[in-house]
Design a protein around this ligand. Sequence first.
Ligand code: SF4
Ligand code: SF4
Length: 426
Amino acid sequence: MFKRAISGIPRPQLEYETLPDAITEPIKISTRQITLLYEGVLDVKRTVLIQKGDKIKTGQRLCLYEPDEAYVISSVTGTVTSISPLMGDFGRSYTAIGVDVAQVEVLDDEFKTCCKDPSLKMAADYLSFTPGRPPLKNLADPEKAIHTIVISGCDTDLLITANQYAVRHKIDAVKKGIELLKKVTDIKNYILAVPDTLMQGYGDMGAQVKGVRSGYPAAHPVFIVKAIFGQVVPAGKRCEDLGVSFFSAEAVASIGTAFYEGRIPVTKMLTLIKKDGSKRLAIARIGTPIGAIIEKFHAPLHEKDRIIMGGPLTGAAVYSVNHPIGPDTHTIMLQDKDQIPLISEYPCINCGDCIRACPAKIQVSMLVRYLEAGHYQQAADQYDLYSCIECGLCSYVCIACIPIFQYIRLAKYELGRAAIGEAGNV
Ligand code: SF4
Ligand code: SF4
């Protein structure tokens, strides 16, 4: 990951947000319509198990096909009004299930029955779409012998506080989630990684507590692994390849709540950052359209304003207020059309700022030349594309406003697609 050392040159230092001691309670958002996103293409040649007009319950596990491992959990009680294909970032395919929300809520009791006899498979089969998206399937992957779970109480981008909120205000649920993970896996090592400033009060968590520095991107899993274990995650590999699986504190709290209350959590806490920079905490059912949250906080949008899902360095623009929030939506950021950072087609001026900013020590200015030309494989082979941890700092500092981070994500996506195509042709 750290192939080329550059010493003595200072980098810009951005700090993670610190959750204030006194925070206002999240505002509850209600909506009459939600959209559940099933991760997979709508295949009309197969028999689709869910139809328009079907009644569904809160917490119900919905599969589109039989047999099918993929599923989505209904966050409301209501009636299915539409089933349609939806194209996501970089051509990812989803099936959007529109639901009219009923006035009277009915809880599905399938999970309540099976959670009396917990297992890893059962947890993965019901809780993979709960708030924080617990990566439970990784633990069952026989090719990755996971020996340690790191529960991250740190947030992954600037201005986000969802995981800090979980380790501050849902600590009992996090503790119960750790107990449950110990029960359903053979994994013995648990580490709770929290911001340096939040180290107090985790004495009996069942996990070793470690502090993480406040400078971005110290809370990225590869840096936590380096700081705690002294190990470097090789380029193109993930922490799981070293036997370390990362769960967000919010995800572990979801597991704890689910098993100890016998219900699947279906509400997501998130931060709305308004155009003036002010922040509001909201709590909404997964699948709530972004527009309902924006409306609740009286945050008007005008033509050419931008909606970003995610933090300022790694978030992605969405183009409709009907886009639903997902189990991993921590932040919605609104940008006035006059504040949107410029993207240019000016050539690189070789200032070197991106190289100084890059925590993975990549020769970014060379990498970007290959990416702009669409030479993705050469970018990977010669300029460390896969060493990139996607922190976004290079784009942030680029004086020529080259969308380097977006080029990087596109290149990785295209190479991934090509690899899947080649595997399919073997
Ligand atoms: S996003 Fe840019 S700065 Fe961050 S690791 Fe990748 S190349 Fe380096
Ligand atoms: S920061 Fe932008 S302009 Fe400067 S060297 Fe990097 S890519 Fe080129």
